[in-house]
Ligand binder design. Structure first.
Ligand SMILES: Cc1cc2nc3c(=O)[nH]c(=O)nc-3n(C[C@H](O)[C@H](O)[C@H](O)COP(=O)(O)O)c2cc1C
Length: 299
């Protein structure tokens, strides 16, 4: 049997399949269906220093081959997460990546420091949420991204990943790398909108919401391919991954690991089915480890 493990920016994973932030909660509900410890890791919902209620409804709207969301980072806050969710996750043997949001570089630093006092395995800095930022996500600007990553790096004692928006480009990814990120993960959702034709008004109170799901996969794949070719740190591929074939495409584009998001809503077993599909693929092709095929499309 092939070796499914991967090391991604200082974090060792039993396989390259991770549940994406905001689509898996803290793993408790999925735990009633399968053991989330079978995944490479679980990314938590975006965590902030203080609890947040999120945006007013509606928060979800289905589109052709996709999903628009405007959750607005509803979460219990870092202290409640550490007290009430993390102990159960660690007891279950889940590798935990804490997805973190701050309203300023100083707040990112404080949030990271607080989490590094807990047994989280890695931190994923979310500089790419389209639903809470004024004037576009920090991760669309190289200088603003550099400032946030620099402050977070100072406080971070575990592997630090930076989650980038689709519109950041190579300059932003390089800024994250130069400031000491151990890996980048991309993409977060694309900014989109929908209009209610009965009222003639935008569906979402914020007008703009984040598009995810199969509709974004080819664009996300192109972005991952470009970043994997340009960076020396690992890239974690995200965007519309629904089955093991999609996951394989991202690995062949150069991703060290993948995250599964919206597919969890379509089929709660999606992520663990992808693990099984990749295992079968490795066996059938006689592949010993991921290095054999990672980035094959770049060569
Ligand atoms: C309902 C919902 C909530 C999300 N919440 C977060 C979040 O808190 N932090 C974050 O970095 N990304 C969040 N995302 C983005 C996903 O983690 C992922 O990057 C994106 O949906 C693209 O992957 P997908 O097409 O597989 O869903 C959220 C996505 C959805 C659909």
């Amino acid at each position: 049997m092939g070796d499914m493990t991967v090391v991604v920016g200082g974090l060792r994973l039993k396989n390259p399949v991770i549940a994406a932030a905001g689509t898996f909660g803290f793993g408790a509900e999925y735990g009633e269906i399968y053991d989330p410890a079978r995944l490479g890791a679980v990314c938590t919902k975006g965590l902030t220093l203080r609890p947040r209620d999120g945006n007013p409804p509606p928060r979800l709207h289905e589109t052709a081959c996709g999903l628009l969301n405007s959750i607005g980072l509803q979460n219990p806050g870092i202290d409640a997460f550490i007290r009430e969710e993390l102990p159960r996750m660690k007891e279950q043997g889940i590798t935990v990546i804490a997805n973190v949001w701050g309203d300023s570089p100083a707040e990112y630093e404080q949030a990271v420091a607080r989490l590094c006092d807990s047994p989280v395995d890695a931190i994923e800095l979310n500089v790419s949420c389209p639903n809470v930022s004024q004037g576009g996500p920090v991760g669309e600007d190289a200088r603003r991204t550099a400032r946030v990553v620099r402050r977070a790096r100072r406080a971070c004692t575990v592997p630090l990943w930076v989650k980038l928006p689709p519109a950041g480009g190579i300059a932003v990814a390089r800024a994250a790398q130069e400031e000491g990120a151990d890996a980048v993960s991309t993409v977060n959702t694309f900014r989109g909108m929908a209009i209610d034709i009965e009222t003639g008004r935008p569906v979402f109170a914020n007008v703009v919401a984040g598009l995810s799901g199969p509709a974004i996969k080819p664009i996300a794949l192109r972005i991952v391919y470009e970043l994997a070719g340009a960076l020396t740190i690992p890239v974690v591929g995200i965007g519309g991954i629904s089955d093991w074939r999609d996951a394989l495409e991202f690995i062949m584009a150069g991703a060290h690991a993948v995250q599964v998001g919206t597919a969890n809503f379509v089929d709660p077993l999606a992520a663990v089915r992808i693990v099984a599909g990749l295992e079968r693929y490795m066996d059938e092709k006689g592949i010993g480890n991921w290095e054999v095929i990672r980035g094959s499309a770049q060569r």
